[in-house]
Design a protein around this ligand. Structure first.
Ligand SMILES: Cc1cc2nc3c(=O)[nH]c(=O)nc-3n(C[C@H](O)[C@H](O)[C@H](O)COP(=O)(O)O)c2cc1C
Length: 216
């Protein structure tokens, strides 16, 4: 798959203007009460054409992995030994980005629309190819495995990915966006499609977009 520095070979328009996108600071007050988000949360697999705003992308990334305590760089998500094995990628129609929690920014990782390939790797699930955003959680195990051993490290990393996903999906709900957790995919095909570096293991896809219908 094409690195950001080269033109994409699939489909594509390279409209990203910069390799780094600074995200708007998160909104830290107000919003939908947690109980309301919990009560409304549902897996939603259909998306309106409307593209989420950069503010919404920033809020979702922050909810997933954002820094909330500067000195030790602690995050919204709990982490075994604060080892933070989860890396968050954001798949957009024109490229793939990696979230940097410290800078609260996105770095372009790939150019072009990889969503058809991602859908293909995920049992051809339409939600994966149609969502204007698809968050990908990938695990890097070296720090957590060094501290807890490989088996325990894997377990802790997977548990943490669940925390990250739930943070992100509840935030999506609170923003009145639709989202669904997707675990059914072929790991190596997703890793290849996203051009993940060796040692990064994709474990969860989270397609997100504006809902076509909201029942409540
Ligand atoms: C680990 C995990 C993997 C999942 N994988 C998929 C998936 O591949 N495709 C999908 O459409 N939904 C997937 N789901 C969502 C479930 O289908 C959904 O949560 C369940 O039907 C309950 O519905 P609700 O989330 O609306 O309450 C997954 C959920 C979990 C927790």
């Amino acid at each position: 798959m094409t690195p950001a520095s080269r033109m994409a070979s699939v489909n594509d328009v390279d409209v990203a203007t910069d390799d780094r996108i600074d995200l708007p600071g998160p909104s830290l007050l107000g919003g939908m009460p947690l109980v309301e988000a919990l009560n409304h949360r549902r897996s939603r697999r259909e998306f309106a054409v409307k593209t989420p705003t950069l503010e919404e992308v920033g809020q979702l990334c922050w909810a997933a992995e954002g820094i909330t305590e500067g000195e030790r760089a602690l995050r919204t998500v709990p982490s075994a030994g604060a080892t933070y094995p989860v890396t968050l990628y954001v798949v957009k129609p024109y490229g793939v980005y990696r979230y940097d929690p410290v800078g609260h920014c996105l770095y372009r990782h790939l150019s072009g629309d990889v969503r058809p390939h991602l859908q293909n790797a995920a049992d051809d699930q339409p939600a994966v190819g149609e969502a204007p955003l698809c968050f990908v959680l990938a695990l890097e195990l070296s720090a957590v495995a060094a501290r807890y051993g490989r088996r325990r490290g894997w377990r802790y990393a997977l548990i943490e990915a669940g925390h990250v996903a739930q943070n992100l999906l509840l935030q999506a709900e609170a923003l009145e966006l639709a989202g669904v957790p997707v675990g059914a995919f072929e790991d190596t095909q997703v890793a290849h499609t996203l051009g993940l570096p060796a040692g990064l293991h994709p474990v969860y896809l989270l397609p997100v977009g504006a809902p076509v219908y909201r029942s409540t």
